[in-house]
Design a protein around this ligand. Structure first.
Ligand code: BTN
Length: 217
């Protein structure tokens, strides 16, 4: 994975969306400062000396939602930070968010061109967003964390889906929790093979995909 650095970008995902043709499979765009970071569901992503990067994947069909979560989880575990995955791909430490992933797929005339996997991993906490950072837990250099993260990503790409799913489900924060969806309470049973979340109450069982729902803890 080749690292390409920018001092300032609006968003590493937006930049790659506009410029993916110039780059190779598995190139990584890293911005020191992001002025218009984006999250899922058109939310803002605020960062301050945190890790903001996007990895370009051309012409393959990996499930990056599950792979990215496991790569981030492993990276934090390598730094001796305990964490859990909140479906689909948020990472939490002590019930506070430390990382989020925005995956965007580019199509041209119905043909898939590439996946852009944007990872925001906090080095610092932020009181306004109530998030936590790596530096709240260990003293470590940002570049070192990026290298571990990319090595983990690369190594997980070569593992079987069965192995990756096992790590994901073993660290799945929402399991057996009560969550609210459409003003009703459900218990979370788990995730399906195609990565939908399974919710159950007395009346129904729902299987929802990650672009349909955002669940609060
Ligand atoms: C979320 O939790 O909603 C996803 C946040 C993803 C943020 C990262 S930071 C690098 C990349 N560039 C962006 O604009 N967003 C992603």
């Amino acid at each position: 994975m080749k690292k390409i650095y920018f001092d300032v970008l609006d968003s590493t995902n937006s930049y790659l969306k506009d410029n993916y043709e110039k780059y190779e499979n598995e190139d990584v765009i890293i911005a020191n400062i992001q002025t218009k970071g984006r999250g899922r569901f058109d939310r803002k992503w605020v960062s301050n000396n945190d890790i903001c990067l996007s990895i370009l994947f051309k012409g393959n069909n990996f499930n990056h939602s599950i792979i990215s979560s496991v790569a981030i989880l492993k990276t934090l575990n390598d730094l001796n930070i305990e964490c859990s995955i909140k479906w689909p791909n948020d990472i939490y430490v002590n019930m506070k968010k430390i990382s989020g992933v925005l995956i965007e797929t580019i199509y041209e005339s119905n043909e898939k061109k590439c996946d852009i996997v944007g990872i925001g991993l906090n080095m610092n906490s932020n009181e306004i967003t109530n998030s936590i950072g790596i530096l709240d837990n260990v003293s470590v250099d940002k570049e070192y964390v990026i290298d571990i993260l990319l090595n983990n990503y690369r190594s997980i790409l070569s593992k079987s889906m069965e192995y990756i799913k096992k790590i994901y489900t073993n660290n799945f924060l929402l399991k057996n929790r009560i969550v609210e969806y459409n003003n009703k309470n459900y218990i979370v049973l788990g995730i399906t093979d195609d990565f939908k979340i399974i919710l159950k109450n007395d009346n129904e069982i729902l299987k929802l995909s990650s672009n349909e729902v955002s669940l609060k803890l």
